[in-house]
Write a protein that binds this ligand. Structure first.
Ligand code: NAD
Length: 272
């Protein structure tokens, strides 16, 4: 391993986009985008958005049926992989121009009862897999002096909620990884950012309604309003397509100076 002072310093930083380039619609023709967790929810919406902008999308998910259906519809190429396997996570990143680290899951359980093996698995899928995918993608991005990494974090990358210890830990770690990649990649044309949504209308949230009802002793019908949206001034769920637009912005030329940041879409939650 080379020490920092042995590394070749980049010559000149990539130029700023011209005003015309910065204002142009997103055009990702000729770019390969890896989208993890593409079979459902946010990943699906993002895959469709990036494909609509012309990207060749690698639709990665362990849900074979889901990604194959999306691929059959013309959104990209299905890649069936379980990201709990670090080698699989590395494999999908090779040669990518854009990486969207999105795959994730939730387990709602008090810390003292939280199964340790589930804690490990959540960190493997939601932190180690993004690290491995980005690690594999960066050499190609650095060679061409262009790359976009977007990590789907959460308002739980900035705030905690009870019974979500592994999820909150993983999202805080993902925010840290994203910033570390940003400072290394900035002078080589690579940006790394997070999008951090509040509650989004996806199967992951629908699954939580029942779990939260059990944990809080509430009727499932009360959970959305009294628990999920209790801290959301906007009092509605976010739609996956709204997250996809934020991702599209971060992949576009107007965002080339946006780096190491976290674009929060939480209806005002974390402002309170
Ligand atoms: P979702 O359950 O609808 O989709 C997640 C996808 O990830 C699924 O298709 C699933 O098969 C895939 N996946 C999970 N584990 C995997 C593994 N080991 N290997 C391969 N694929 C795997 O969930 P979503 O709501 O769309 O969530 C997507 C991301 O957005 C997650 O990282 C989640 O933490 C984050 N997020 C969601 C919300 C929300 O309210 N829904 C809010 C903030 C952040």
């Amino acid at each position: 391993m080379a020490s920092t002072d042995q590394r070749a310093q980049p010559a000149a930083p990539p130029p700023a986009p011209t005003p015309a380039e910065a204002g142009a619609p997103l055009d990702l023709r000729g770019r390969t985008a890896v989208v993890t967790g593409a079979a459902s929810g946010i990943g699906r919406a993002c895959a469709l958005r990036l494909a609509a902008a012309g990207a060749e999308v690698r639709l990665v998910d362990r849900d074979a049926e889901g990604v194959r259906a999306l691929a059959d519809g013309g959104a990209g190429t299905a890649v069936v992989a379980d990201l709990a396997d670090p080698e699989a996570a590395e494999e999908i990143g090779r040669g990518a121009d854009i990486v969207l680290n999105n795959a994730g899951f939730q387990l709602v359980c008090p810390v003292e009862e939280f199964p340790p093996e589930e804690f490990s698995r959540m960190l493997r899928v939601m932190v180690e897999a993004p690290f491995r995918t980005v690690r594999a993608a960066l050499p190609h991005m650095y060679r061409q002096r262009w790359g976009r990494i977007v990590n789907v974090s959460s308002v739980h990358g900035r705030r905690a909620s009870p019974y979500k210890s592994a999820y909150v830990t993983a999202k805080h770690a993902l925010e840290g990884l994203s910033k570390a990649v940003a400072v290394e990649g900035a002078a080589r044309g690579v940006t790394s950012n997070c999008v951090s949504p509040g509650y989004v209308r996806t199967p992951l949230v629908e699954g939580q309604l029942a779990d939260q009802a059990a944990a809080h002793g509430l009727d499932p019908a009360e959970v959305a309003e009294r628990v999920l949206l209790a801290r959301t001034p906007a009092k509605r769920l976010l739609e996956p397509e709204e997250v996809a637009e934020a991702v599209a912005y971060l992949c576009g030329p107007a965002a080339s100076f946006v780096n190491g940041t976290s674009l929060t879409l939480d209806g005002g939650w974390s402002a309170g």
